[in-house]
Structures are given as C-alpha cells and as structure tokens.
Design a binder for this molecule. Structure first.
Ligand code: TRP
Length: 334
C-alpha cells in the first residue's frame, strides 16, 4: 500500500531509545519508509523546544535520535532525512496556515487538552505553564505534512487527530482559492504495534523505569534482562509459557522456532528462569550487535551524520519552496 506513495514520518528528539521503542515504533517506521516510493523522515526539533529549553540537552537528544535511526537501518539514500529547523519554509507555511486554522481546533487538540486536564487535577489555572508553541503545535505539524505533498502519515492513535487537522486546514485553503494548492494527507494507523512489556510486566517505558536498553554494553543489558520478574516456581514444574514474563518479551524478538523452543521447554519443565533469561539475552544481543556498533560509530563521527542531514535538507527544501510559492501566489496574487 505504500508503493507509489509519499510517506512522511516525524520523530521528536527524545534521546536514546530502549528495546520497546525499537521493536514497537522505530523498526516499523523504517520498514514502511523503505517500502514507500518517497519517504521523508525528519527530526521535529522545533516541536521539541516547547518542552526542552536547555540547548545542551536538546543538542544531545537530536544527536542521539539521528544516530539511532541511521544505526537501525534508515537508508539516507532512499529516505530524505532532515531536521525540521533546516527547512525555514515550513515556518512560513505555518504562518499562512494560521490564517485558516480555527482557534477552536487548537482548543480541542489532545496534547493541549491533556495539559489543561493535568493543571485542573493539580488545582492550577487551566493554562499554567502552557506556551503558544504547545498550543499551536498541530498547525506546525500540519505544515510539516503539507509542505511535502504527503500522501500518508503513519501515526499512533494519539496523532490521528493532528493529521485530521492538517487535512481540514488544507481542505479549507483549497476550497477558498478553488484550487488544489495543498495535497490532502491521510493517516495510517499502526494498529497492531507491538507493545513490548518491560522488566516488571507493564508496558516498557522510560517513565516506569522498567526498560531494557538498546545501545548499552552487554553487562548493562544482562542486568536488565536478569531483573525481568519471575516467581518461585521450580524449574521442573510445567509452566504455561504465557504466564512467564520472559517469554512475553521474547515474543517480540525471537524467530518462530526459537519461540517454540522456549515454549516447549517451559511446558515440559525442562527450562528454568535462568535458562530462559539467557535465551532472551542472547536474542537481544544478537539483534542489536550490529546496530550498536553503528550507533557508537555515528556518535563518535557525528560530522558524517551532520553532512547527511544537510544533504537531506538540500533535497527537502526545494519541495517545500514549491509548496510555499504555490501558496504565496494564491494568497497575495501572482
Ligand atoms: N507530533 C508528533 C509526535 O508527537 C511528531 C511530529 C511532528 C510528526 N510533526 C510531525 C509526526 C509530522 C508525523 C508528521 O510524535
């Protein structure tokens, strides 16, 4: 469904990811991009400044996210890989979109509403700590999408509404000028994204402190894997594999044969928790070995990554410039 299509993926610079991010989000995004005819993949750094005000932290996070995607197989010869802030036309387009963005859309946007709800719960004024960047971010996101004549935006559930807002704004502009100035995007909802459990069995998440890291050394990864929750049942007690958390995590990474081997061993009381943890550890180390080397390489040779991002921006900019010209010609008259 992605051939002949222009797919656009935006990522927030959130720093080094964990195994759950990799299996649940990053790997599927890269695979989708590889299947698309055109793929734009960008780091949403102007979105990030709404929340992150420390330049050093921001810089480091951008660096880590760029190196992560390259290490995990993003092909910069196929995917146009750039930083949002290197394409100033996106911001000019945002300004034009503002004139067609009903304020009510922003009031209803989930990200903003979630902050208001949090403030209310804490007994604070509705707009406490909410800046205009956060409030208007769906319009900037619309410009990210519309600048590149995007057909498809792969998103998680929380982002569906934002793609719909982009579509609505584009529709309003096209209707006003009676021309297809902007291409209407569609979202692609990643329904069956793998939710990888963390070491305590809840969804793997940095905020729960239950992650298995991706690019750390073997020792650190081993420590995390061996902290996966188990119970006190002895090895020879036959176990339903579904009742074993190590098996649940293994599902996300093992081949069908490997998975069967672990399931059979648990059911027949042949494999204890130490065994299955070692199996999980081996599978993880095997999976990340090469990406980890690449990640460390790119982190140590960031000038190469910077050059790739510049090259990506050089490819992306003319497309955004064309979109901007179309819009300005219509808005101000040729
Ligand atoms: N808002 C997205 C998120 O929170 C990131 C993003 C910014 C994005 N601009 C985009 C995603 C454009 C897709 C398309 O994850």
């Amino acid at each position: 469904m992605f051939d002949k299509k222009t797919v656009l993926t935006g990522v927030k610079p959130t720093g080094t990811p964990h195994l759950g991010n990799y299996l649940g989000a990053i790997m599927p995004a890269i695979e989708m991009g590889n299947k698309a005819e055109n793929h734009y993949m960008f780091i949403a750094d102007y979105h990030a400044i709404n929340a992150e005000k420390d330049p050093l932290v921001l810089k480091q996070k951008i660096k880590e996210v760029a190196c992560t995607y390259l290490a995990l197989g993003l092909n910069p010869n196929h995917s146009v890989f750039y930083r949002q802030s290197d394409i100033p036309e996106i911001l000019e387009i945002t300004t034009i979109l503002y004139a067609y963005t009903p304020k009510g859309f922003m009031n209803k946007a989930h990200a903003y509403k979630a902050c208001v709800d949090k403030n209310r719960e804490a007994g604070k004024p509705d707009d406490d700590g909410i800046n205009m960047g956060l409030y208007t971010y769906p319009t900037l996101m619309a410009a990210d999408i519309l600048s590149f004549d995007t057909d498809i935006v792969p998103v998680g559930k929380d982002q569906v509404q934002h793609v719909e807002i982009a579509r609505d704004i584009a529709g309003a502009i096209n209707a006003h000028y009676g021309k297809d100035l902007l291409h209407l995007p569609e979202y692609y909802l990643k329904e069956n994204v793998e939710i990888v459990p963390g070491v305590d069995g809840r969804k793997m998440s940095k905020s729960y402190g239950n992650i298995i890291p991706l690019f750390d050394d073997d020792k650190t990864i081993k420590k995390a894997v061996f902290s996966v929750v188990t119970d006190s049942r002895p090895m020879d007690e036959p176990k339903d594999p579904e009742s074993v958390m190590v098996y649940e995590i293994y599902k996300a990474i093992a081949t069908p044969e490997q998975l069967k081997e672990m399931a059979d061993g648990l059911r027949e009381g042949r494999l204890g928790y130490g065994h299955v943890k070692n199996m999980l550890l081996d599978a993880i180390i095997n999976e990340i070995k090469e990406p980890r080397e690449k990640y460390n390489y790119y982190m140590a040779h960031y000038e190469e990554v910077e050059a790739m991002l510049q090259e990506g921006a050089a490819k992306a900019r003319p497309v955004a410039q064309q979109t901007l010209k179309r819009l300005k010609d219509a808005v101000f008259g040729k």
